[in-house]
Design a protein around this ligand. Structure first.
Ligand SMILES: [Zn+2]
Ligand SMILES: [Zn+2]
Length: 387
């Protein structure tokens, strides 16, 4: 096995480096995996821009510990695993072996705090140990804690998931993003109350048609949405949104807020407005407008502002007057990876997934990859460390 490992390192906001690390020694309960592909997430772009505060106002609030190896949407192949890890790392109880293709939930939680025990399906842990690609410096521990490297080191407590045969690497690396789109499952929990939350045939508006928006469009379609409306500032992205199933797309650059609200209302049954709006832009400014797309008692889902980009001003009276339901959703469930991968495999030919994975760069082009992911003419940008 290689003794040196090449990695893309974010040394500080805006400062990228290519570094070489010694291959760590395998510890108890751990695994070392060869990274096959890793996706650039919105969070990675925020960190690059210096928007690096996460989990603000919680026990886990953190300003990223640069230097870090980014990349938490990772598909990998196990190259070393000890006996304990082989029994314990799989979330679904699989016995893992060298050669298995797996993906991971980025968050390593304690498993024993009140949240871990009482709300086990979400990583709300009070003692979040770290998350891959984000929360541990590459100068600490076993260094290789991100996907933008040739190898990644999986610590005990990591939740790994076997990738089904036939699911392409790019799609397996997209599992984490699709799991965030489980926000729609959360909205569906409310469908037990009369016509609240997300019901079969409902109109869903997705604000922002980047990868997270696209994941929500695909998920909404799979879960039985009626009309799907997508917004963005990029015609390139809106074109992919249409190909993925959006019935109406609105270019935010070419319309005013009032025009968008009118178009959305006109497109919904009875002109009432959307049943569900999902914020996938990752900027607080779009929140007040999104509330205005909703019908009375409509549900607004907020998974997009994962990092702290500040506040915005809303008219609270409108929330009250319209009986709006607002659901904040940091992160995602860790128990749905297997389901999501099986559903992606089942629905592989229904969506033009190849258009979602717009660029693949080698490690030497780490910076170009980040910059490309921030342009209007890119969708999910991936790093292949062996390219
Ligand atoms: Zn992500
Ligand atoms: Zn915990």
């Amino acid at each position: 096995m290689a003794q040196k490992v090449k990695a893309g390192v974010l040394a500080a906001p805006g400062v990228t480096q290519i570094r070489e690390f010694d291959m760590p020694k395998l510890g108890k309960g751990a695994a070392i995996c060869k990274v096959l592909k890793a996706g650039i997430c919105g969070t990675d772009k925020h960190s690059f821009r210096g928007e690096s505060v996460q989990y603000k106002g919680t026990e886990n609030e953190i300003d990223l510990p640069f230097p870090i190896i980014q990349g938490h949407e990772v598909v990998m192949e196990i190259v070393q695993i000890d006996e304990e890890a082989s029994r314990k790392l799989s979330f679904d109880g699989d016995i893992l072996h060298v050669g298995d293709r797996i993906t991971i939930c980025p968050d390593v939680v304690c498993g024993t705090c009140w949240y871990c025990k009482n709300i086990p399906n979400y990583p709300w842990c009070e003692h979040l140990q770290f998350s891959y690609g984000n929360m541990r410096s590459c100068e600490d521990g076993n260094h290789l804690y991100g996907g933008f490297a040739q190898y990644i080191y999986l610590e005990p407590g990591t939740r790994a998931y076997k990738v089904p045969d036939g699911l392409p690497d790019e799609m397996a690396a997209f599992t984490e993003v699709m799991c965030v789109a489980y926000t729609l499952e959360k909205a569906r929990e409310f469908s037990g109350f009369s016509m609240e939350g997300f019901n079969f045939g409902n109109t869903v508006v997705v604000q922002g048609s980047g990868p997270l928006g696209i994941a929500h469009i695909a998920m909404a379609r799979m879960l039985g949405a009626g009309r799907i409306i997508a917004t963005d500032i990029s015609e390139y992205k809106l074109d992919i949104a249409r190909a993925m199933g959006a019935d109406l797309t609105i270019n935010v650059k070419e319309t005013t807020e009032e025009e968008r609200i009118r178009q959305i209302k006109e497109f919904t049954p009875g002109g009432r407005g959307a049943d569900v709006v999902v914020e996938c832009v990752g900027r607080p400014e779009v929140f007040p407008e999104g509330l205005r797309y909703l019908r009375k008692a409509g549900m607004y889902l907020e998974p997009g502002n994962f990092v702290d980009c500040g506040g915005t001003s809303v008219n609270v009276h409108e929330i009250c007057a319209n009986n709006l339901r607002i659901i904040g959703m940091t992160n995602h469930t860790h128990n749905c990876y297997q389901t999501v991968m099986e559903m992606m495999l089942r629905e592989k030919d229904r969506f033009p997934w190849d258009r979602v994975f717009s660029h693949v760069f080698g490690l030497d082009d780490y910076r170009t990859a980040l910059e490309t992911s921030m342009t209007e003419e890119s969708m999910k940008v991936l790093i292949d460390p062996w390219k």
